[in-house]
Design a protein around this ligand. Structure first.
Ligand code: 1GP
Length: 253
């Protein structure tokens, strides 16, 4: 089953998924990556997201190759720009930064990437990417030259998500930014969840099992965890357990 279909089916059943974000800038080599890949397999991680707002190294392909070699978990590219395309991954978040007004990230990069994506087998996942303010300025806010939606402007985020869905985007991604001081709050997730039917991805600053549960409970279909695992990889077990427990409850109904 294709990734989008699988996400939609799980969302309709009330089942949750978890993705581990790997930033090629922060993973030096295969030796560093392999323990995380093992941990991800042991904890039934659904996807790897690979990318970052500023990939300064040429490591992207090497990282994708190492994951492919050592794991059967699907790889979804999470690109900061059209330069971050590796045709050997499984899919790509075709991100339109709809919370911002930077034309290059609304349509510009997409024009550059389109012919490349047309000529390879990556599954393209049209995604409305919405940045939510999280305290201090994150790399993604700085690099994208956009202002995140204030964390208490729930209707603004909801209407942004609605417009994205009406434009035909198939996923909505609410992101507080990698390493965010505060993750996207429950009320915000809930407001967006109620406003659209497409699967909802939530990430940025999820660094405790409690925060993961809050995001799932508020309506996230897929949570993304990255930064926190760089310091404490064992956190993945605790967070993935929450996703597993949630899904067990759904299956039992
Ligand atoms: C960032 O949503 C992702 O774009 C994941 O955030 O690295 O803070 O987990 P973290």
């Amino acid at each position: 089953m294709k990734i989008l279909e699988a996400l939609k089916a799980r969302s309709e059943q009330g089942k949750k998924s978890i993705a581990v974000l790997i930033d090629p800038d922060k993973i030096g080599d295969a030796e560093q990556l392999e323990p995380l890949l093992r941990l991800a397999a042991e904890n039934c991680v659904d996807y790897f997201f690979v990318g970052g707002s500023l990939v300064t190294t040429t490591n992207l392909s090497a990282v994708v190759k190492t994951i492919k070699h050592n794991s059967s978990i699907p790889i979804i590219l999470f690109p900061g720009s059209a330069l971050q395309i590796d045709p050997t991954a499984d899919a790509i978040l075709f991100l339109s930064l709809i919370s911002g007004r930077n034309p290059d990230l609304l349509i510009g990069q997409h024009v550059v990437a389109a012919p490349i994506l047309k000529s390879n087998r990556l599954e393209v996942l049209p995604t409305g990417y919405i940045l939510i303010n999280s305290g201090k300025t994150t790399s993604v806010a700085y690099i994208s030259n956009t202002t995140p939606i204030p964390e208490d402007k729930y209707s603004l985020a909801a209407c942004t998500a609605m417009a994205g869905e009406m434009l035909g985007l198939k996923l909505i991604y609410l992101d507080a930014g990698s390493g965010a001081e505060h993750c996207v709050n429950r009320k915000m997730i809930h407001a967006v969840r109620k406003s659209v039917a497409v699967p909802l991805i939530v990430g940025g600053g999820i660094n405790t099992p409690e925060k993961a549960i809050h995001a799932l409970d508020a309506g996230a279909d897929l949570i993304v965890v990255g930064n926190a695992l760089e310091k404490s990889p064992e956190l993945l077990t605790e967070i993935a357990e929450k996703v597993y427990d949630w899904n067990q409850t759904v299956s039992a109904k």
